[in-house]
Design a binder for this molecule. Sequence first.
Ligand SMILES: O=P(O)(O)OC[C@H]1O[C@H](O[C@H]2O[C@H](CO)[C@@H](O)[C@H](O)[C@H]2O)[C@H](O)[C@@H](O)[C@@H]1O
Ligand SMILES: O=c1ccn([C@@H]2O[C@H](COP(=O)(O)OP(=O)(O)O)[C@@H](O)[C@H]2O)c(=O)[nH]1
Length: 467
Amino acid sequence: MSRLVVISNRVADPRKTAAGGLAVALAEVLSNTGGLWFGWSGKIVPEGANEALHTQQAGPVKLATVDLTQADHDAYYLGYSNGVLWPVFHYRLDLADFDAGYIAGYRRVNQQFARKLLPLLRPDDILWVHDYHLIPLAAELRALGCKQRIGFFLHIPLPPPLMLAAIPGHDWLVRALFAYDLVGFQSKADLGHFAGYVETEAHAQPVEPGRWRAFGRTVQAGAFPIGIDVDEFQALTRAPEGAEMYQRMKNEYSRRKLLVGVDRLDYSKGLPHRMRAFRELLAKNPETRNSATLIQIASPSREDVSAYNDILHELESLCGSINGNFGELDWMPVRYMHRTVARARLPGLYRASRVALVTPLRDGMNLVAKEFIAAQDEADPGVLVLSRFAGAAEQMREAMLVNPYDTEGTAAGIMMALQMPLEERRNRHQALLQTLRRYDVHWWCDGFLQALDSAQAEEAGTSWLRL
Ligand SMILES: O=P(O)(O)OC[C@H]1O[C@H](O[C@H]2O[C@H](CO)[C@@H](O)[C@H](O)[C@H]2O)[C@H](O)[C@@H](O)[C@@H]1O
Ligand SMILES: O=c1ccn([C@@H]2O[C@H](COP(=O)(O)OP(=O)(O)O)[C@@H](O)[C@H]2O)c(=O)[nH]1
């Protein structure tokens, strides 16, 4: 059987819990399949000291990581990945910093990854590259002679063609995707944007459904929405830490309805918009005062990118003003934490909450939405208020779907969620749980790898794509 080699910027020990959807999902996949996980060690080392390869066996998974220099980290991770690709792919052209120096660092690190990975590969390995940090990796590997099957999965949204075309060198990026055998997206909408871009900007020919020819190569592309391990998450809910958290929250909030939000502190998550909607709810519905409390966990993220600092200050000022204007001596409407909470404690918190607020302005998928549903008590479930702009909304139609840009509409959606009768809550939850079970993380992984396995190999004689 072929060995699975996963490559992603972020690597986590699958035996420990991690924050961030990609690390959580890949740890789950690799714990089942075994294999090699290659990526960045998370360490920054002095110039010239970045040649070491660190390996470690973590259960069935071998971890192989490399370090980055400060200059590479700044240009590749902070600069091009999170200062250009992240904002543009999340429809925030206004936040993009198109510094011409970033792309060289991005390319340098992808070349470094290719150089370090190649000697570790076996002829029948299947390679699965993840996310926007590593778009050119297959092309760099091919240039070094790598012949193995390589698939790519984009965890974040792909924007509409004209927005993608705003990136200087956008054709270089999309061209790099054609070095893969299969390219996967989170949603049908993202796949539609890919088709739109390659057909209009790159004059690609659709060879057959889901397969395009451009740049002298053909590539297969499809939508593979990522899921969670429902059984694993429900077991966490029942485990001592989950059960204890549930009981503590239930006792603490016995007289009040609890709302919960769990996000990385990222401008794509729509946290200020959410706070404004919550303020509107309190202002328009006096009965919610003293009876509804929102716990908002905002875990620190990418703090060296300036847009992340701006969002921190905006959020903190909103939380402060809501508490100042509506709080009572014995009740504060918002409990805000700028900290990462261990994943094992989240199921208890989700289960004790009547409503979850998952209201990103744009999101690849959003696993918190799925985890909240998995953690509920089927006999008395809570309600998911979900942005229609989260990838998860394509599958989770029975959630209370809202437009986070519409403050009044979102506040009305939250109110309906708070007042929803038991029977409707049960019906919606049952339908959502069924979908989660059917399209879980194993379905995602198996579906992608089967499609990669059967993706038509490039015809003999085609030269490898050169960037
Ligand atoms: O690695 P970081 O820079 O700390 O960021 C954490 C991860 O954020 C993004 O997660 C995405 O993947 C999730 C799982 O598919 C998806 O649900 C979510 O919508 C995405 O935002 C990013 O794509 C990852 O590379 C990061 O590791
Ligand atoms: O304080 C926190 C915040 C988030 N998470 C986990 O991090 C993941 C976030 O994934 P999601 O897809 O929602 O968003 P991302 O952060 O990847 O954009 C989920 O599994 C959360 O349970 C966590 O363990 N602790």
